[in-house]
Design a binder for this molecule. Sequence first.
Ligand code: FPP
Ligand code: MG
Ligand code: MG
Length: 331
Amino acid sequence: EVTGALAGTANDVISFGVHRPAGAVETPSNKISFELQEMAKYYFSQGGKLYRPTVALLMAASCSHDRMLETVSENQYKIAVVSEMIHTASLVHDDVIDESDTRRNRPTVNALWGNKMAVLVGDYILAKATQLLCSIGNAQVVSIMAQIIEDLVKGEFMQMGVRDSSSEARFLHYMQKTYKKTASLFANSCKSVAVLAGCNENIQRTAFEYGKNLGMAFQLIDDLLDFVAQSATLGKPAGADLKLGLATAPVLFAAREYPELDRLILRRFSESNDVQKAWDFVLNSDGLRQTRQLARQHCEEAARLIAFLPNSAHFGEHLTDLAMSQLDREH
Ligand code: FPP
Ligand code: MG
Ligand code: MG
């Protein structure tokens, strides 16, 4: 219930700065701005899971020394919004990189307006997020949130990078990539709201670790769903990772059982039938179960940490539900 209310309000605030004022007159200069705003609003207007702002707001409430929901401050609220804006900007760019034409069962920004426009729209959302972030007026928090952007870029870069030859090195590379591409956003948003709550460094670290573990579980489940979910449920094509040349956890686990997979991983499933062969290996292996098991460990670690937060008695249960519900996620 609390999560729903928080997510609903976050949804309203997300249109901050990207709505056309009622009765605004269109002049040649503000016409450009309105057009950009329309495109920038496109993903926000579709809702999405609003998972990141929900985590940030519940963490904010759990870090508060007061017991009231209202103790989520305006600045913590802004962090929640910024987290969703950075995420959305990265999705707009990601769909260009992945040449995706469907997200949330709708055409992507690049499918509608082309790649060049999508690059600009992603940049624009990032600029708006930066303005909102700077309005908090806390240099430490700006630095923590900027780290997310660096990590997103490096995570995406690692994903494109050369494959390590040993399977251990490959798994480590995958986990580091997963932290940067996904978990850093959860971890550093949680840390930011803890800093804004005036928590000591120990609590800041606990908030960070909660977000990190939740984020790792989130991506592991995402990588699992790519093999087991239907495209209609996901709102985007299933089975996309192998086609993009990506070896995610289910494949890396499967390769321990079927070393023949190593060659396919190294050539990024580029030869004919590689994708189908890898798919069959994964489904015949224990890889999907092991991926879920690893996700479960991260969920449980996130849940364990909640007890150390100042207001866990009131909001801890929601953070626990949020972490454990990862394992039941269908999209
Ligand atoms: C989705 O992954 C993509 C990300 C989580 C991060 C993408 C990051 C960048 C493009 C670089 C940084 C850009 C900015 C503006 C900060 P996916 O392709 O595995 O998921 P999908 O199936 O939802 O497309
Ligand atoms: Mg991608
Ligand atoms: Mg993608």
